[in-house]
Design a protein around this ligand. Structure first.
Ligand SMILES: Cc1ncc(COP(=O)(O)O)c(C=O)c1O
Length: 430
């Protein structure tokens, strides 16, 4: 580290941001339990390369957040930069759903083949929230129903459609409650607050009984809710129950998909046979592109032609080129397999280093790892300590007590071990 964190340049930039940025973000930072002045003045980033971030003061950090999990290949991967340069030289913007582009069609072909059926159809969108909104509309049109079953602790994005199904923080929904769909029933997510699979499935079964549920919307591993993987068999049974009731299964793989959890689709390896899969985050490797990928049967609801889901930048060529480069590089560099193998080792490394009375649990799948600490205040203090030692880590979990590690899939065993050692040192000193 070159200067104490946050350095003078970061402080000066943060002051400028405080004048022009929506106040929600700064206020939320200082409102956290155990927050102090450091939290109101975070570091400001200037550059990045591979797994390393560099702030405006020249401090270097190992990046265990990777743009909330979106920087799958690491920062500035040569194949992604080449694809972006080539595409920028040829076609940056197309004409969305009116006139397609060659690169958009190539991307849709790749994504259609990723659907569990092997030949899905694709709606390209711009953010995770947008992909979930498209999936909810797709399920509504396919079934002629308006209800959804979602889960406590789940995060699906903050647009009005997905927000209605976000069980993550009731306070996110509260000010907008009258504008949100009233047709969402929340069920317990197994493993969250001690909920059992049986209790969860019993409530899902009960919820489906009304016959008005279009889809069950589920994260195959609860991400923001604290990196909680449901027990084996849960997702498969969820799919079975949904189908039995004439509803669809939407797997929100915005965070878990494309290798993050050590599989192309976590729902698929868990046997869930999702009708609709939402992809985002890592799909663009850092660029804003996402997708709703559905079975041909589910997508058929759109063929009546009465409505569409599109936007100016949906399927824009630059994002499509980025996504194609990400998919190709994941395959060529076997990064999905790498995430699975390294993820298993990482949990072992961290458990060994973090046998400590403040560590409640180390869990997750692949390179989506949660370290639950004994309180939100401990977690916040740990992130501050890690930042000073040169590691960027964010907190998650419904109560903010979980450190969420979603590094680039190119991170190494040694990087993980050094994070474990630095965290251990911080917990010992606390
Ligand atoms: C599972 C899941 N779905 C949807 C979203 C929303 O994605 P975005 O922030 O790109 O709108 C997120 C974001 O964290 C997510 O984790």
């Amino acid at each position: 580290m070159r200067v104490t964190v946050p350095g003078p340049n970061s402080l000066a930039h943060a002051e400028r941001a405080a004048v022009v940025e929506c106040p929600a973000f700064g206020l939320r930072r200082v409102a956290r339990p155990g927050a102090n002045a450091d939290d109101a003045a975070p570091i400001v980033l200037a550059r990045a390369s591979g797994c390393e971030l560099i702030d405006v003061d020249g401090n270097r950090y190992l990046d265990f957040a990777a743009g909330f999990g979106s920087v799958l290949l690491g920062h500035g991967h040569p194949s992604l930069k080449r694809a972006l340069r080539d595409q920028a030289d040829t076609l940056i913007q197309g004409l969305g759903d009116v006139f397609s582009s060659d690169v958009k069609i190539a991307l849709m072909e790749s994504l259609a083949a990723l659907h569990p059926s092997g030949h899905g159809q694709v709606l390209l969108t711009q953010s995770g929230s947008d992909a979930v909104a498209a999936a909810m509309k797709t399920a509504t049109l396919a079934t002629g129903r308006h209800g959804f079953i979602a889960f406590d602790g789940a995060y699906h994005g903050l647009g009005f459609g997905p927000l209605a199904a976000c069980g993550f923080q009731a306070s996110f929904r509260k000010p907008f409650a009258p504008q949100l769909s009233a047709h969402v029933q929340f069920c317990p997510y197994p493993g969250l607050r001690g909920a059992s699979v049986e209790a969860s499935l019993a409530l899902v079964r009960e919820g489906l009984r009304c016959g008005t549920v279009a889809a069950v919307l589920v994260e195959p591993l609860l991400g923001r809710g604290g990196c909680i993987a449901p027990p084996a068999g849960f997702l498969a049974e969820l799919g079975r129950l949904a189908h039995e009731a004439g509803a669809l299964l939407i797997a929100d793989e915005v965070w878990t998909g494309l290798g993050r959890t050590g599989a192309w689709l976590k729902s698929e390896v868990d046997g869930a046979a999702a009708d609709i899969v939402c992809l985002g985050k890592g799909l663009g490797g850092g660029l804003p592109i996402s997708a709703c990928v559905a079975s041909r049967e589910a997508m058929a609801g759109w063929s009546r032609g009465e409505t569409i889901h599109t936007s100016t930048h949906a399927g824009a060529p630059l994002g499509c080129a980025a996504a194609l480069a990400v998919l190709t590089t994941l395959r060529e560099e076997r990064l999905v397999e790498r995430a699975r193998e390294l993820g298993n080792r990482a949990q072992g490394i961290l458990r060994e280093r973090l046998a400590h009375d403040r560590v409640v649990d180390v869990r997750g799948a692949g390179l989506m790892i949660g370290i639950e600490l004994d309180s939100a205040a401990t977690a916040l203090a740990a992130t501050r300590h890690l930042l000073r030692r040169g590691f960027v880590v964010v907190t998650g979990g419904i109560d903010g007590a979980t450190l969420t590690l979603t590094p680039p899939l190119t991170i190494t065993d040694a990087d993980i071990a050094s994070l474990g050692a630095a965290l251990r040192e911080g917990l010992d000193a606390a």
